[in-house]
Ligand binder design. Structure first.
Ligand code: FES
Length: 153
């Protein structure tokens, strides 16, 4: 747990930095493993229940293992009326998972969100931190290939 010690030390052992600490932990594991949260809780003097309540409140945190790439489809009103359900359905078919799932090869996790605040670009798909506006069903394959290729490079 040396990496976790380093993160906690970097944040000055301060409980009020818990969101940043969780963020740093997630950047290592791509999710928040229970044993790591228990350890962090002990080091910070925080109960695991308190850490869980923060980790579950923010949608950016995941308590389940996630794929290398996080694919987020906006299902807010603007994206919905401009075709997001078809885009989501295509992604589920193509990845052979349902929303909330992770592909067997651990490459992709698929989730939805309600309005990313960029409705002019609807429908939007975000892969990791990259926004892809005006996404269509036809663009889905190309988009996934782009990220599959990034893995091989
Ligand atoms: S509804 Fe999708 S960005 Fe607003």
């Amino acid at each position: 747990m040396k990496k976790i010690d380093r993160i906690i030390k970097h944040h000055g052992y301060r409980k009020e930095r818990i969101i940043q600490i969780l963020n740093d932990i997630q950047s290592i594991y791509n999710y928040l493993p229970k044993d790591v949260l228990e350890y962090a809780g002990q080091r910070l003097g925080m109960p695991l229940s308190g850490i869980y309540s923060i980790a579950t409140f923010y949608s950016a945190f995941s308590l389940k293992p996630r794929g290398e790439h996080l694919v987020t489809v906006c299902m807010g009103t603007a994206c919905h009326v401009r075709g997001a359900p078809s885009v989501l359905s295509r992604l589920e078919d193509r990845l052979r998972i349902e929303t909330g799932g992770t592909t067997e090869d651990n490459q992709f996790t698929l989730k939805t969100v309600n309005c990313l605040g960029a409705c002019a670009l609807a429908p939007i798909v975000v892969v990791d931190d990259e926004y892809h506006g005006q996404t269509t069903v036809n663009k889905v394959d190309r988009l996934l290939k782009e990220y599959e290729k990034k893995k091989k490079d």
